[in-house]
Ligand binder design. Sequence first.
Ligand code: FAD
Ligand code: NAI
Length: 470
Amino acid sequence: MKSFDVVVIGAGPAGYIAAIRAAQLGLSTACVEKWQDAAGEYRLGGTCLNVGCIPSKALLESSENYERVQHHFKAHGITATGVKLDLKAMLARKDRIVDKMTTGISGLFRKNKVTWLKGQGTLVSGGTTWKVRAGEETVEAKNVVIATGSKPRQLPGVTIDNRLVCDNEGALAFDAVPERLGVIGAGVIGLELGSVWRRLGAKVRILEALPTFLPSADESVAKEAWSIFTRSGLDIELGVAIKEISQSKKSVKIQYTASDNSSKTFECDRLIVSIGRVPNTEGLGAENVGLRLDPKGFIEVDKNCRTALPGIYAIGDVVRGPMLAHKGEDEGVMVAEIIAGQHGHINYDAIPWVVYTAPELAWVGKTEQQLKAEGVAYRSGRFPFVYNGRALSREEPEGFVKILADAATDRVLGVHIIGSIASELIAEAVSAIEFGAASEDIARICHAHPSMSEVMKEAALAVDKRPLNG
Ligand code: FAD
Ligand code: NAI
């Protein structure tokens, strides 16, 4: 029987990064992955690379270009006629990127001497070392890192066929632009994929159960996003209760109760169900070794991702915390370093969130409503992109940066951005929070001119009521 210092189960961003870091630290490492593509080929990269972050961002970029050339280039004095959408080519480009990224991981595994075990990973038995069935073989491990990720949450009574009623996987591969697209859930997937298909020509209607739009974002950002998204053509209805979903050959009918208690019916050609994700422990064999799950099905871990079983760790979407690729990656690095006898580190207070809509939303740290609820005294500085030369030259004046700083110490507590490249700008805010910076530190850092990053500096100056350009 082959024996390893570390066996990682799952090769999504959490698992493959954990495996590479463990191997870098000199630990003999294997990674078990069961993902197979339509042709039956085994694939690394998990949800993120195959049906999540990467393909969605590829389509977001392509659909934004389509919208730019049709509507936004006019402002630059560029008129394009005869613009056509070649959806097949657009999807093929997305698939090429996915292919490049997933095969890239197998190259990284070879380079770092990580053994890739193909097939289902199941915990069989344990004690001082652990036995893991990996596809057809059984291997022995001193340490096991579980990174089995998550899967879409199902709406009771609704069957996902990925033809008419789709989860993220189907929604990334429609063979034609639906005339009428329905989306259940105005969360991250609903907004990102709803935006993709709206830009490509679909009439999009999003039904959301909660009465509040994007409740985890700062209220000011959610309010601005609501106004921009609904103006751009996303029809979002809040506070609905879905009653029944029925399917005919070519369409889907949704019956629901609206927020005013009236009964409504809505028919569409395709439906995306994006109502969150649940941890995936199917076939893992948790019961064989007494691994504990919490009431929601997450594997129970401490702050260092240790389970109650010696030598067994769990990371990524299958444990508590935000379901984000970079959170899982950082947990992967942390557990590999702990196994190697080092001090692993992760700061859960400095994990950025990004929603890749247009404009993008990005934030890190506390929202204003959280600070109020916690009774923390704070000062707030906000600066719009409309006064920024680079934003105007890019024809992207929408949005703002808002910085929240402790009233007594000026320490940055939260940064909230809505703007075209918020995903890139947020990195400065994450560094500021990690290094315990004050808003004055950001205000005194030299920012390149002209750049959209100057809005971060102006927002920091605005905390002290002294912006220079507005
Ligand atoms: P996963 O990526 O789910 O990987 C788990 C892997 O484990 C899978 O490959 C699975 O096949 C394998 N596995 C499961 N059980 C077993 C077993 N028993 N044996 C062997 N293998 C097993 N996050 C971001 O940060 N940014 C984004 O832009 C973003 N966009 C997203 C867009 C969409 C449409 C979706 C659905 C998600 C998106 N996410 C994004 C979330 C991100 O994809 C997840 O947070 C991330 O993939 C979690 O990584 P993970 O490694 O924990 O799990
Ligand atoms: P989500 O949690 O972001 O949003 C789900 C939405 O569905 C919520 O607003 C919820 O109130 C609503 N909902 C739940 N049940 C409902 C019902 N019965 N009827 C109507 N609405 C209902 O989950 P989503 O969009 O499915 O994405 C899953 C996860 O994937 C995200 O939470 C995030 O962690 C990750 N992700 C991250 C992205 C990013 O970082 N840019 C992009 C896409 C996904």
